[in-house]
Design a protein around this ligand. Structure first.
Ligand SMILES: NC(=O)c1ccc[n+]([C@@H]2O[C@H](COP(=O)([O-])OP(=O)(O)OC[C@H]3O[C@@H](n4cnc5c(N)ncnc54)[C@H](O)[C@@H]3O)[C@@H](O)[C@H]2O)c1
Length: 439
């Protein structure tokens, strides 16, 4: 099989995808990396030198785009993925996009049209759909283990207060400071959408309280929101994300025959990799299973049996796996693996295409419009239908000013005092003191 030649835009988060290629040299080569920050370029260059890996480093995207390659990973600013994705697709390149797929509805329309026009692979890197437990949950759900989806919960809780200086560098215009609390929604909503394969049709949004700590971080919103989402089959799920206290990632689904949930990430590195199942059988007995799945193999450890009876099977193989210990509890490994498989022509590759990526984005976008309107439900359009895109063709509404054109949304549903320059100066001082951030 021909190796896939990959270019990476954004060398900070992009290091994870570079590392995937270094680990899988027989499948992919990183041939070009672009970052406008010289510190980041230097760091990536040192990392590659240690692995005896050669590649060209670029400062400017236009130069990078002319490099001879097959595919591009976009790990640049979260509100700028769609315009760069479109330029790559136009050049005949396959695209793997970090979260979010786009920043506003106009970009959503243009991204759809570019994917349709140029016929290249577009894969949305919503890695939380690829925890080994989520890959297993999807497989079991599609086999009918818990019947038809009725209710679910997705939670992505990441307390970023302590790392805010090194991820925003005291820049008041950084997308993380200007995004609405609803923007970063796909880690919590995405896995429920991808597992069930059901399209979200309406959403109600609620922003959590804004407090002193958000103000001192320089964040213009509370950083946390809840969406209540209705799916096309009438099922409902709750999506909670992200910048609140208590590290936690967790998914839970109830169906017509039973339920499944992952362990809660936050207890330890591997707790999210456990899966619990409770499922009624034809004969009305109830199976349970509590195990740590291994992608494509036997579980590492676990217990299986029937509720109320003594029958059970226990597995205990405490083997570890280089793939499962990759970033974000293994999910970074499998999202890239599926992209490279898809580019190589493997039709079994499980990628998140453009329509599904936008379904995930819409949960936050329309969730915010709902929250601004007293949390009344908002209808989510289906971009698979061309006519449903038309009302949004010129809609640039977004809270991140660089992406909002002449339609800026407020930063938040919550009122707070204007954040003075001293707050950002203070954060810049903290960042300068921790210059290793970008290294
Ligand atoms: N999926 C995950 O688990 C996960 C985790 C962290 C970050 N992310 C995503 O990764 C992306 C990058 O995040 P980050 O934490 O690295 O921070 P960031 O957004 O601050 O950094 C983006 C990087 O891209 C570079 N860049 C941006 N535009 C460029 C351009 N036009 N030309 C050259 N270089 C450019 C910047 O110099 C910077 O190093 C974001 O979209 C974020 O949402 C995802």
């Amino acid at each position: 099989m021909k190796k896939v030649r990959i270019g990476v835009l954004g060398g900070y988060r992009g290091k994870t995808m570079i590392n995937w290629c270094v680990t899988n040299r027989e499948l992919a080569d990183v041939v070009a990396i672009c970052d406008m920050n010289p510190d980041v370029r230097e760091n990536v260059s040192n990392m590659l030198a240690k692995s005896n890996f050669e590649c060209t480093l670029y400062e400017k995207f236009d130069d990078f785009l002319n490099h001879d390659m097959d595919a591009v990973v976009l790990a640049n600013f979260a509100n700028e993925h769609a315009p760069f994705a479109i330029r790559c697709l136009e050049r005949g390149l396959h695209v793997f996009s970090e979260v979010l797929p786009c920043a506003n509805m106009k970009q959503a329309v243009e991204l759809c049209e570019a994917v349709e026009k140029y016929g290249k692979i577009y894969a949305y890197g919503e890695n939380y759909c690829y925890f080994p437990s989520m890959i297993e949950m999807k497989k079991e759900y599609r086999l009918g283990k818990i019947g038809e989806f009725e209710y679910g919960e997705g939670e992505y809780v990441h307390d970023c207060e302590s790392i805010w200086p090194r991820i925003t560098y005291g820049d008041p215009k950084h997308w993380r400071n200007q995004m609405s609390a609803f923007f970063y929604c796909t880690h919590s909503a995405g896995p429920i959408i991808h597992t069930t394969g059901l399209r979200p049709v309406s959403v109600s949004g609620f922003e959590l309280p804004y407090g002193k700590r958000h103000f001192e971080m320089g964040a213009q919103n509370s950083g946390a929101a809840v969406e209540m989402v209705t799916l096309e089959n009438g099922g409902v799920f709750k999506s909670l994300h992200f910048n609140i206290k208590g590290h936690n990632t967790w998914y839970n689904m109830y169906g017509s025959k039973g339920r499944m949930e992952t362990g809660r990430h936050g207890f330890d590195k591997y707790s999210i990799q456990w899966l619990y199942q409770w499922a009624e059988q034809e004969d009305k007995t109830t199976d349970f299973a509590f195990y740590r799945p291994c992608v494509g193999g036997e579980p590492y450890e676990g217990r299986f049996g029937k509720v109320g009876q003594r029958e059970y099977r226990a597995i205990s193989d405490r083997g570890s796996d280089a793939k499962s210990s990759f970033g974000h509890a293994g999910s970074d490994y499998y999202s890239m693996e599926n992209f490279v498989k898809a580019v190589s022509g493997d039709e079994s590759a499980d990628i998140i295409g453009v329509y599904e990526a936008l379904d995930m984005f819409f949960v936050g976008h329309f969730g915010y419009l709902s929250a601004l309107d007293g949390s009344i439900p908002k209808v989510i359009p289906n971009f698979r239908n061309k006519e449903e895109r038309e009302p949004f063709r010129n809609d640039t509404s977004c809270s991140i000013l660089a992406s909002a054109g002449d339609m800026p949304l407020p930063f938040s549903t919550k009122e707070h005092d204007e954040i003075p320059d001293e707050v950002y100066e203070n954060i810049r001082d903290k960042f300068e003191g921790k210059k290793e951030r970008k290294q």
